[in-house]
Design a binder for this molecule. Sequence first.
Ligand code: NDP
Length: 447
Amino acid sequence: MLQTLHEFMDDVVERSAAQFEFHQAVRDVAESVWPLFDRYPEYLEEKIPHRMVQAERIIIFRVPWVDDTGTVQVNRGYRIEMSSAIGPYKGGLRFHPSVNLGILKFLAFEQVYKNALTTLPMGGGKGGADFDPKGRTDHEVMRFCQAFMSELFRHIGPHTDIPAGDIGVGAREIGYLFGQYKKLANQFDGILTGKGTAWGGSLIRPESTGYGTVYFTEEMLRAQGDTIHGKTVLISGSGNVAQFAVENVNRLGGTAVTLSDSDGFIHDPGGIDAEKLDWVMNLKNVRRGRISEYAEHFGVGYYAGQKPWGVEGAQVALPCATQNELDVEEAKHLVANGIRVVAEGANMPTYPDASRLLIDSGVLFGPGKAANAGGVAVSGLEMAQNAAFTTWSREEVDAKLLGIMTAIHRSCRETAEEFGVPNNYVVGANIAAFRKVAGAMMDQGVV
Ligand code: NDP
């Protein structure tokens, strides 16, 4: 007898105790795809979902290093190689004190489906460490990155596993990680994406996740005969994704009015224009300060310990900070305030009951695995440029990114229609991605 969804989830929870974010990510996909098994029972007979929730390989390792005071520090490093069904493992590295096995398994699981949606041949992985770069000097960050790569380098390669950045891993960290890989392997390979443009990085890679989320939002609005032009946009976070989401909102004629960090949010009703955004980039990427300083500098409101979802007068909300940062009460505020679109720049920022409420209320909801896939898509384009020993112009990469986001939108939308739930981008994204990965697994046999 074939398993029910309920039995399947019970198994997942029992075999990955206390990995709550992982359970949440698996349940989201399983609920969408289970009805598919009436049409394709062979997926269940071949235990495709059961194989998908087991990582192909997990590497956990010690990262010892010495800080500026001469004190020995010990962190824990991880790489989750989740699925190589449609290509080499691909996904970012996160350095944040909250990092644990459950969070990285959720991110690696999401990455498999996201990468499948990009139309490029990339499997899924994720990694990182419980290291906090905040408050550390550049030399401390460098020594940590070198210690981390001293183990990771044995497990990655341009045809095996190609990590990138994520929270806490930006241009500085990618540089130090690449330098150590090159020294140990004695090879100049495209083993990381998000590299500096002088040494193999793709133009538009830093911009790609934020730009892509806004392109996806624009496509959702276009499908309803509307655009971002003239809309007011709430954005959370103030890191890589949030910064370039603001830039693309500005390019498309919208007005971004909020940004946040883990201490609170700023509300600038006049809009975060190009000049103010430059100031934020300097604050966050160079001085590594707090978003509260924006409020002091530009004389606008700062709300300590709060998130921007209660701000009135906006039509679009883009959560771009971290997982589970938009709960059901906040979703009710968004609906009451007339929000039209929520698109996830971050990975799984919306709690499941909150996304359900938004969808049931008629809000267009773009799940992260579709809406923020632009980052990994341009990583895929960086790999293509490295492999061909060439570089493409900004315009070429931006046009390809727009083409990919449009294709992802179309595939989610058409799949949702095929399964009788028009405008449900969650079901559309999950089924479209699952079918691609499952098909590849069926072709390749039980491995
Ligand atoms: P950054 O490290 O550049 O920025 C993260 C931002 O989120 C910061 O403003 C940070 O504030 C805030 N933040 C982090 N943790 C928390 C927390 N626990 N509570 C509240 N705020 C928090 O990361 P990215 O911009 O690269 O990533 C943001 C999100 O986008 C993540 O979910 C990531 O997985 C996802 N993503 C990123 C991609 C990329 O290409 N970079 C690709 C696809 C998805 P503070 O400084 O106070 O910590």
